[in-house]
Design a protein around this ligand. Sequence first.
Ligand code: KIV
Length: 258
Amino acid sequence: MSFKIESVLTLQKKKFQSKISMLTCYDFQTAQMLNETDVDLILVGDSLGNVILGESTTLSVTVEHMKIFGKAVKKGAPNKFVVVDMPFASYDTVSRGLRHASDILQFTQAEAVKIEGAYPYQCELIERLGMIGVPVMGHIGLRPQSVHTQGGYHKHGKDSESKMKLMQESKNLEAAGAFAIVLECVEEELSKKITDSLKIPTIGIGSGSKVDGQVLVINDLFHNGKNDPPKFCHPVINLFEEKQKWLKKYIEEVKKGQ
Ligand code: KIV
């Protein structure tokens, strides 16, 4: 078990050495648990909008949310490289992105931020953040913050136009200085092509196994919720049902006066 914190440089070396494991986390105690594992990266994802706040999209997540949850996670996992999502509309201009990213990192003490998309102004933002010392993880394919323009949650990179676009986006993110890229729900063969064509690591979710690493929402891995997780996720346990059993037992014992 290794407790040495990763850096963007050690992570990038891993591309050619071993697979990178990343999990989301939103609270102090789970972060403490992850801190004592070999997981390479922790993501304080804006998926907290779904699994913590019960929203149907991530659009209502704010910078304040990311700061509060990000700080709790970093406190629990001081030895881990923690990436915090920039939430919806917090980087709609380069200057707002610079301000919010530095605010999030100063407050949470996390190591990096993640942004969704690769439009030219976003690449400029990544470059500018790099200049002030903020590592940025990119995120392309399914971008939950753009669910309404992308027409829902579905696979990307199926037709030739979308394939070319995703390939170009990954190149642009790398050129801008992103230290890694999340590929969410990207068609498997395209994920492999993108991975093979980049020097920086790709971290897949719902994008097959031919990528440099994998990320999952931790609540999905443990089936914490009532609803089934996305099809690509195979939970290791059904904690919702397990906890229900223990709750039933507790309530029965209280009723019996025990
Ligand atoms: O918010 C999140 O949890 C994410 C992962 C799904 C990559 O962005």
